[in-house]
Design a protein around this ligand. Structure first.
Ligand SMILES: Cc1cc2nc3c(=O)[nH]c(=O)nc-3n(C[C@H](O)[C@H](O)[C@H](O)COP(=O)(O)OP(=O)(O)OC[C@H]3O[C@@H](n4cnc5c(N)ncnc54)[C@H](O)[C@@H]3O)c2cc1C
Length: 330
């Protein structure tokens, strides 16, 4: 499949990129590593007239750690840089685990953190060629009025399959967004809309420029578990991110559990928090959290794996991730 025609603009500053985005008012797309966008263009899933390449904006490629403010990751930092960083591994092991599980090394060399968070939702009925899709009635994601994954469904059920977002949410990350009007910082939790048609809140003239993660603190650790069809180049069919903080007597002081690849945005299992916090971790406790998480998710048949199996694996992976995080926090 050939790429469609487009103009390429190479700005050298965020300000310049924002003004180009404003000038092209919804007809431009941001190009970071291109690992997701170029596939989408070949499949004609989007048809921008102009691509704005962020590669020349060197200020967006940084990874800085400070004991008081935590970690700042420029949006053009590659996943390869992230997974090879010794201080990210020491402070946020779950983030390295998630980065290492994205696709394969040649993709991670190009793929960026910003592109990973801003990637579109996916569905077996949508991520197909133009020709394949033309044989089907137009679905919600393409502006139509049907969902092929759920009979008589009333909304788009495409799935957000990014690996980094669940982990960053479990770590309490915030993001910095720039536009022609200036910059703003918002919690990452407010970035996702939960709507398959438009998975994040970015306006056409906005760029995600930085991810900020607070210091994890003593006794804290995290883990990420991923279910995929093959142990190769695969998007998650389920992703489980856990963050736990233990106090000196071994009780769980803080906990956060976030699931990915279940719905149109990552989902925090908020019921897990009160069940875990203030308790000593026992096998029974892990079992009840795993059941709680499994009971609360309802994946549908929209990916290349049976939905009921994905639901059951939520329970298995939650227990596995909790065990790993608790061992490391100890
Ligand atoms: C074979 C294959 C396997 C993959 N496996 C996985 C996987 O296992 N897990 C996973 O999470 N992903 C996977 N991906 C998707 C993709 O490679 C990654 O998500 C990657 O991190 C995207 O980053 P990028 O820099 O290449 O983004 P791009 O492709 O350049 O952009 C992706 C989207 O984000 C937008 N965007 C990029 N940067 C910004 C920004 N700073 N501000 C606003 N919008 C922006 C673009 O306009 C585009 O819509 C896979 C892709 C392929 C082709």
């Amino acid at each position: 499949m050939r790429l469609p025609e487009f103009d390429l603009i190479q700005p050298s500053s965020v300000k310049e990129a924002c003004s180009f985005l404003k000038e092209h008012d919804g007809k431009a797309a941001i190009l970071a590593g291109g690992t997701a966008l170029l596939v989408a263009l070949r499949y004609r899933l989007c048809k921008p007239e102009v691509l704005i390449n962020l590669k020349g904006i060197t200020t967006l490629d940084h990874l800085t750690w400070n004991e008081r403010s935590g970690l700042a990751i420029g949006s053009m930092t590659t996943l390869e840089t992230l997974e090879r960083s010794p201080f990210v591994l020491k402070e946020y092991p779950s983030l390295v685990q998630a980065a290492q599980l994205v696709a394969v090394p040649p993709i991670r060399k190009k793929a960026t953190v910003g592109g990973n968070l801003c990637q579109d939702t996916r569905c077996i009925y949508y991520n197909q060629s133009d020709l394949w899709r033309s044989a089907q009635e137009v679905c919600f994601k393409r502006g139509g009025k049907v969902c092929h994954a759920v009979e008589k469904g009333r909304r788009c059920q495409s799935v957000y399959q990014g690996d980094l977002a669940p982990v960053l949410l479990s770590l309490g990350a915030e993001i910095k967004i720039a536009s022609a009007n200036g910059e703003r910082v918002i919690p990452l939790a407010e970035f996702f809309t939960g709507r398959g048609e438009r998975p994040n809140i970015l306006k056409p003239d906005e760029i995600l420029i930085e991810v900020q993660i607070p210091p994890s603190g003593q006794g804290a650790s995290g883990a990420y578990e991923k279910l995929r069809v093959r142990e190769g180049m695969e998007f998650p069919m389920v992703g489980v991110a856990v963050m736990v903080k233990k106090e000196i007597h071994g009780k769980i002081e803080q906990a956060k559990l976030v699931l990915g690849a279940i719905g149109s945005s990552p989902i925090e299992v908020s019921h897990a928090k009160p069940l875990l916090e203030g308790k000593k971790p026992t096998e029974d406790l892990l079992q009840s959290i795993s059941k709680e998480a499994m009971d609360r998710v309802h994946p549908v048949e929209n990916l290349a794996m049976n939905a009921n199996y994905r639901r059951k694996m939520v329970g298995v992976l939650v227990k596995r991730a909790l065990r790993r995080a608790l061992t490391m926090a100890a």
